[in-house]
Design a protein. Sequence first.
Length: 254
Amino acid sequence: MPAVRSVFISDVHLGTRACQAENLLAFLKEFESEHLYLLGDIIDFWAMNRSVQWAPAHNTVVQKVLRRARHGCTVVFIPGNHDEALRDYAGITFGDIRVESECEHETIDGRRYWLIHGDEYDQVTRHHRWVAVLGDVAYNALVRLNHLLSRARRLLHMPGYWSLAGYAKQKVKKAVGFIFDFEDSMAHAAQLRGVDGVICGHIHWASDRRIGKVRYLNCGDWVDSCSAVVEHFDGRLEVVHWRGMENGPSVQMG
């Protein structure tokens, strides 16, 4: 029997040096599921236009997902802004993987969740694309620097995981304001749809919050936080933060 009923992941950014494909593979091995939702930016075509960093583990991630679909797992792919070229194929199934622009998921206890990447509710991405691209380059540089710092911390036997990108978001007031504006916009849109909650990605900020009448969950990413949302067989939803097999996962439950 699978470990959980459903898995929701986003912002893997295959094709970039920052992608933590090995951690994702370890997570997927631990969390077999009946449903797998890929909520956008799985492949980073933006970055690949500049340079392609496609490691063998990236191939293994693709093969792992295809294998799940062949073996009966329901796999739905909702493209994001970094793989937006695939939005033209919404409604089409490729290799047992269904592509949709958005969809709904009903938990085992009957609650309805709207699934979407979320860039449509990001005013910067929608109206100032060049700013979004510049921010993406800067963010990737922070993540690469963070990997070097993490290696140095391990060599110095410093405990715990520390995220430079996360620290920058917390310290920059406008970035934090953007995050909360985005979350509020997503929650408002979900409430208008009459659903119980929304599960999305896009901003690389894992979260589980009650906003008004709806529950807002964000999967986070697999370049920095290594996080996902899972649904258990009793209908519980939680954010799982994966730090590698040596440390095991930590969870955030709403």
